[in-house]
Design a protein around this ligand. Sequence first.
Ligand code: GLN
Length: 486
Amino acid sequence: MLNSSLQQLGAALRSKKISSVELTQLYLDRIATLNSKFNAYITVNEEMSLAQARAADVKLVQSETNALTGIPIAQKDIFCALGWRTTCGSKMLSDFIAPYDAHVIEQFNSAGAVNIGKTNMDEFAMGSSNETSYFGTVKNPWNHKAVPGGSSGGSAAAVSARLCAAATGTDTGGSIRQPAALCGISGLKPTYGVVSRYGMIAFASSLDQAGPMAHSAEDLALMLNVMAGFDERDSTSLQRESEDYTRDLNKPLNGLRIGLPKEFFAAGLSADVAPAIEASIAEYKKLGASVVDISLPNSRLSIPVYYVLAPAEASSNLSRYDGVRYGYRASEYTNLADMYEKSRAQGFGEEVKRRIMIGTYVLSHGYYDAYYLQAQKIRRLIAQDFDEAFKQCDVIMGPTTPTTAFNLGEKNDDPVQMYLSDIYTIAVNLAGLPGMSIPAGFGGNDLPIGLQIIGNYFDEARMLNVAHQYQQVTDWHTRTPQHIEG
Ligand code: GLN
């Protein structure tokens, strides 16, 4: 069961080989025995999960089913889910019970999926290692000394350790793709606007986008079918005809043009990641693809641009946590201003405070033009580089991350080193493009390597096809970490 695809699980449920309650209990039992090892979940609620499973079993009897009916899906703890504690990895929200469902959660509920728990994450999705979580670090299932990546590290670890069938994540600068790469799973960040941000706790609103994390491209397609869709409560949600993201999975890749940006294969790419990516490209050539050398000249500016824009938006989004309406409130204070200050000083962690301060600074009068406005202009140039590139190729490929998973604690004292782990992913968010990561081998330390596939706007179905065809001729995505048995 644990290594079954979503398609196989759905078939087993529909043919009554297993009930949703049994499947849900199987995962709950694994979480009960193994979560202390990985810390992938912040909240599990057996009662609520099993209630959903029972409801799914009724739907299954009545044959009112969707591909995901009865399947246990883990939700990143950034999504508000009615009645569930929703912390966003922060002390600020450590006691917050969401009074409503995010659009993504509503979509899973109406598909009849089971919420198997809320996964650990970097505080307010700020981080690349899960070490900024108020609820402690997550361990990489492949090696307990290594980070799982971030900010969706709990989701990546939960999928990798078979503590759920699939999971959701969010990606502002790489937070789906980078942890997917470091934990040896598949992850997709859709085009900005394809998945509604309603009820997804905001970090940097012009960049945040939710997406699926799972074992294979085929599973991602089934998840995206549920997650995508117009929602008028998010003003950036796009009104488009609904798509079946599985429709092109089996298309042959003859004639596919793969763009290889020279900037992604330059200094900084570690010696063990490069050959794995080259081997994947060779595999694609065997499948009928051809390779085009391209350049993304402004991508080198993506980290500095992101670390102006994302903190600027975060400083504004996080101003709502003032201790008044909800969230943490300091227990002792002298007056209203003191209450705000103490609640924010005690409720936010170090990285979040650092970003609020940077954001406030770059938006302040006198610095706005020099930093924020400049960054916006370069953001446009970065997007134009991709427009040019897609005139010559159908998809862009390269590494997801410069190295395999680093050790817990290794980059904690050096935020800039930490920020560099998103060097290949951030430009995609700045341009609003879809990007994914799929398993593509192992490094010298036996830790997973991710191949990044970047598509043009709304080209998710093609990217899933490209990933699926690779997964038909390789088995990296089926490899399982040792020592994850319950
Ligand atoms: N690691 C990046 C950051 O710390 C990206 C995070 C994300 O995508 N949520 O901001």
